[in-house]
Design a protein around this ligand. Structure first.
Ligand SMILES: NC(=O)C1=CN([C@@H]2O[C@H](COP(=O)(O)OP(=O)(O)OC[C@H]3O[C@@H](n4cnc5c(N)ncnc54)[C@H](O)[C@@H]3O)[C@@H](O)[C@H]2O)[C@@H](O)CC1
Ligand SMILES: Nc1ncnc2c1ncn2[C@@H]1O[C@H](COP(=O)(O)OP(=O)(O)O)[C@@H](O)[C@H]1O
Ligand SMILES: [K+]
Length: 531
């Protein structure tokens, strides 16, 4: 793995970033030199995103030519700390390159280095404006108000200025973080800049990966400024505790290539328990998700009345018809079914909350289990922690935020800090916990967290979770059959793969074209694209 790939896997908190920077400064790198270096990199990126129009037409702003965006007038927001210092260096560079720069610096007290850049910018004759309204004719805004040093709510005049700027819907490039976002949680402190681009500096800040920040972050890019890997590992250890899931990680952990000599049972036998008269489609989608995983053998237990339907959609699967309740839920599994004989069991989509004894039976078994949907609702009724305490084998829980709250009423901050919530849930249960969302978070009892950093709202659609359950199940079963020690990577692969299938499908079919069945058709193309 090269340097770029390595740093892409890391997410840091503000405290960790400070410690890492502290080591660089302690080693002798002058703070001013680092600021200069970082800000030049930002300014180069800004120039490539918003090239200067060399032969301006009489009315050049904002101009789009051959699909590129041209900027001439740039408003730079300058805060009191080093984020503001970065912004002043960017302002100076853009000024020298011929952009018309205006600076808005609504603070009188600045950090020393920021003061120096401010004085120099003034000496160059760069225009300073008093009011945010004076930036309304700009083509582009650079946001250098606050970075990872924001510690209090933004209030009063500054909050008003930010709100006004957000209403203009102009392109905004935020330096490091959109000003106003808390670095670790992505929480909006008072108000926050809505960025078009966020140029995150050095290492990915955790807050940029939290669902509630996404509305503000725009398109996020990492600007590498050569932090020595030794300084990163000195603070974070060899393997980061919070890992962004990248393509390289997936390539390393995929169950490929298959051994040349093998047979279907060596490639994992997955049992799906899903569906009811009311929710028949979920069973099909879960089955198709499992199919996409390449699992060696697939058995699907459904209510007897769904058997022929499932056979017609998944001819390769062994469909097990089960006795039904009056309402058409699975009442019991046939005696011939030996739960212990499967490499993994995925249970829940569409089973309704009538299937309590089924879930109890599945959990009493000593093989890896993934619970989703009604499987989770039943677990919540049984008592999440007390029930899972008894289990030795791997359990995977895949709640969305609503299910998470039912499972873990004692964790009341799931909306505020999804990463911490998952960490806590995994610690309390020993399970692998996957919290679904725009940025799906996965954690296990070791305290390690994985975040899927890219996805698409095209997936916010009934049935896409069922596909994920099947995919996880299939990958788990293959992992168990291959005697893999740690199964959490299999869950991580599934979540990344699912999101990428959504992205690919949305690219071809728009964000409105990704129904859950279509999603299953894009699982394999993602894989072929990867290899
Ligand atoms: N040290 C360096 O040379 C480098 C600095 N970098 C930049 O420096 C930033 C961090 O700099 P700082 O630690 O100075 O922090 P910030 O620039 O994020 O802001 C901190 C300043 O804002 C004040 N402040 C905090 N909350 C406030 C509020 N609600 N209202 C008003 N004032 C408030 C603080 O008292 C402090 O003066 C990074 O985000 C990054 O942009 C990076 O470029 C890397 C290199
Ligand atoms: N805004 C979004 N952006 C990206 N992915 C999303 C978004 N909303 C939902 N998803 C994904 O879609 C899936 C929805 O699953 P779930 O809520 O269980 O739906 P269902 O039970 O109807 O299948 C999850 O994998 C989730 O991560
Ligand atoms: K900023």
């Amino acid at each position: 793995m090269n340097r770029w790939e390595k740093i892409q896997e890391i997410a840091v908190t503000a405290a960790q970033m400070r410690e890492i920077e502290g080591r660089i400064f302690a080693a002798g790198m002058p703070v001013a030199a680092l600021m200069e270096k970082v800000a030049i990199l930002i300014s180069v990126r800004v120039q490539s995103l918003f090239p200067l129009l060399l032969n301006p037409t009489p009315n050049p702003s904002p101009l789009y030519r051959e699909g590129r965006r041209f900027a001439v007038r740039v408003g730079v927001l300058v805060g009191p700390g080093h984020n503001g210092g970065d912004a002043l260096v960017v302002a100076r560079e853009l000024h020298f390159r011929g952009y018309e720069v205006k600076i808005y610096r609504p603070f009188s007290k600045l950090k020393d280095l920021t003061v120096q850049h401010d004085l120099y910018a003034q000496s160059l004759g760069i225009c300073y404006v008093e009011n945010i309204a004076d930036l309304q004719d700009c083509d582009l805004i650079i946001d250098g108000l606050f970075g990872f040093g924001l510690e209090r709510e933004i209030k009063d005049n500054l909050a008003e200025a930010i709100n006004q700027l957000n209403e203009w819907s102009k392109p905004v490039v935020s330096i490091d973080l959109p000003s106003g976002l808390q670095t670790d949680t992505g929480e909006v402190l008072g108000t926050a800049i809505k960025a078009t681009y966020t140029l995150c500096l050095g290492l990915w800040k955790l807050g940029l990966l939290q669902d509630r920040a996404l509305e503000y972050v725009g398109k996020a890019e990492l600007i590498d400024f050569d932090i020595p890997l030794a300084d990163i590992t000195a603070i974070l250890g060899e393997a980061p505790q919070i890992q962004r899931v990248t393509k390289e990680f997936i390539q390393q952990h995929l169950p490929l290539p298959r051994p040349a000599v093998t047979h279907k049972y060596k490639q994992g036998h997955l049992l799906l328990i899903c569906g009811s008269r009311k929710y028949a489609g979920g069973a099909i989608l879960t089955g198709l998700g499992a199919r996409g995983s390449g699992v060696g053998m697939l058995s699907i237990a459904v209510p007897e009345s769904l058997k022929s339907l499932l056979v017609s959609h998944l001819p390769e699967a062994l469909i097990i018809g089960c006795e039904e309740t009056e309402n058409g839920a699975i009442a019991s599994l046939p005696d011939a079914v030996n739960l212990g004989s499967y490499d993994a069991i995925a249970c829940g989509p569409g089973i309704t909350t009538e299937a309590t004894t089924i879930v109890e039976g599945v959990l009493a078994n000593n093989n890896p289990v993934i619970l989703d949907a009604d499987g989770l609702n039943i677990l919540a009724q049984l008592g999440t922690i007390s029930t899972l305490e008894k289990r030795q084998a791997t359990t995977v829980l895949t709640p969305h935020a609503g299910e998470f709250k039912r499972l873990f009423p004692e964790i009341d901050y799931v909306q505020q800090n999804r990463v911490e919530a998952v960490k806590k849930a995994a610690e309390l249960t020993g399970a692998i916990v996957l919290l679904k969302g725009a940025r799906t978070v996965i954690g296990n009892a070791s305290g390690k967290i994985w975040i899927v950093p890219e996805s698409t709202p095209a997936l916010a659609r009934g049935g896409s979770g069922d596909v994920l359950t099947g995919l996880i199940g299939g990958l788990l079963a293959q992992g168990v059959a291959a005697n893999i020690n740690s199964l959490v990577e299999r869950v991580v692969i599934a979540a990344w793969w699912h999101a990428q299938a959504g992205i690919l499908a949305a690219k071809e079919r728009t964000e409105l074209g990704v129904d859950a069945f279509t999603l299953t058709q894009f699982l394999n193309p993602v894989l072929s694209g990867l290899l």
